[in-house]
Design a protein around this ligand. Sequence first.
Ligand code: IYR
Length: 221
Amino acid sequence: MKKGKFIPHPKAYERDLDPLKLSEELYRFQDKRRSVRQFSDRAVSKEVIEALIKTASTAPSGAHKQPWTFCAVSNSDLKLKIREAAEKEEYENYHGRMSEEWLEDLKVFDTDWHKEFLTIAPWLIIVFRKNYDLVDGEKSKNYYVQESVGLACGFLLSAIHHAGLISLTHTPSPMNFLQSLLDRPANERPFLLIPVGYPADDAQVPYLERKPLDQISVFYE
Ligand code: IYR
């Protein structure tokens, strides 16, 4: 006798489809996803952001604890406060806190401490990880929190791309200011800041090549 409650596996497709065709199609689509730094101020509806967050929350997590909170910010005053705080930290990063090697590695991206996208993008989704839950004031343990929240962010980025929108994985460091600006409880820690929107008309992305399959995989047949 199983101790949990089980249901039949919900089939995503009605009938058998061709996994090779589907996987190659998805690869070609996902290969076009890029981190973009030049956003348009074109609006995105709250309903879209809600659906994106629901998709992110379909990610697997340790003991299905779903140890995440997605804070979606469209309020202009708050976006400005976030930008000012992020730029303050990034200024310090680019002027002494990052190593020469790190700065060298970033040259291809042409980044600096200015973060206009934080006020231009219609939405900022700030993902928080919950190291533990608070249930009636009692601490309840979460498991594999980094892995779980990383997976949810991956799902979120794919969902954003699938919706025809763009995103950027932004990690102003340290990110503690987000905790207070967004008034999050002590069991939550900022994990990733993701601006979401449309690309600016003249948006450009750095020329990058992805590693070929033989450099990222080993098969044992
Ligand atoms: N957080 C900084 C620096 C930065 C770090 C990495 I690693 C990147 O891939 C890109 C940027 C910034 O956002 O500019």
